[in-house]
Design a protein around this ligand. Structure first.
Ligand code: ADP
Length: 234
């Protein structure tokens, strides 16, 4: 439809602008990072004098880098990932788990995996992994005292359209209605310095682009479930 066309043109324009800005930010940040390294080596034995200040600057430069990388992945996905292909969701999920294994161990989290989907989906594998890893890391953050992470994939139709549903459920802190209303907003985070607030907004856009949907249910003190629905590959 015309509306969808305008939307996708707008998205493309935003992508171009974002990619341009992110590239421009990259250069000065690289200069800052390089000079911090030089300063550290110049200080040598006397590094104690400014250790805290340098560490703080280092951390903040790291943070800018993280935000810029995420923006670039989002704005120019084709440069950062392979092509759109047919995948079995279960194998993509399986590939994501080793990437967060160290976090799972640290927080003593039990993982329950249930693969039943038989339909294939069309998506860029790296992007789908990025979305799932985002959701896994959020789920783990929500269970600092341990808990259960349930991951399932199953065949499921939406409005008569065949597809698959991936659910990622945690038994963590859950969210208030106020927080839940804003989680898909760019830069919204409750994690202060550790969060970028980009994970969910980018994840939602990536899934929407494939004609899918990303939804959430959450109960404070009880846990959160994210639902990724994707259409079946033709
Ligand atoms: P970030 O993780 O950097 O804060 P996200 O966009 O991934 O950015 O998440 C936004 C916010 O949504 C988080 O700061 C957190 O408050 C909330 N959130 C996301 N996932 C969960 C979850 N599984 N349980 C509780 N809160 C969550």
């Amino acid at each position: 439809t015309t509306k969808q066309l305008i939307m996708s043109e707008k998205l493309a324009a935003i992508g171009e602008i974002t990619a341009g800005v992110a590239h421009e930010i990259n250069n000065p940040v690289a200069v800052l990072q390089g000079n911090l390294d030089v300063m550290r080596s110049l200080l040598g034995d006397r590094a104690d004098i400014a250790r805290t200040e340098i560490r703080l600057m280092d951390e903040q430069v790291g943070r800018i880098n993280q935000i810029v990388t995420k923006l670039l992945q989002f704005a120019k996905p084709e440069e950062y990932a392979g092509f759109v292909e047919r995948h079995d969701a279960g194998s993509v999920i399986d590939d994501c788990l080793p990437l967060v294994q160290h976090l799972l161990n640290r927080a003593a989290i039990e993982v329950k995996l249930t693969h039943t989907a038989t339909r294939l989906i069309v998506m860029n594998r790296t992007e789908l992994q990025q979305v799932i890893v985002n959701l896994l890391v959020n789920a783990i953050h929500a269970m600092p005292g341990g808990g259960t992470l349930s991951l399932t994939d199953q065949d499921m139709a939406r409005d008569d359209e065949p597809g698959i549903l991936i659910t990622i459920a945690d038994t963590g802190t859950g969210m208030s209605a106020d927080v839940m209303e804003r989680i898909f907003d760019p830069f919204f985070t409750t994690k202060r310095r550790e969060g970028t607030g980009l994970g969910l907004s980018i994840s939602k856009t990536l899934i929407d682009r494939q004609g899918g949907s990303l939804d959430v249910e959450s109960t404070p003190d009880d846990g959160t479930t994210f639902y990724i629905w994707l259409p079946e590959a033709n």
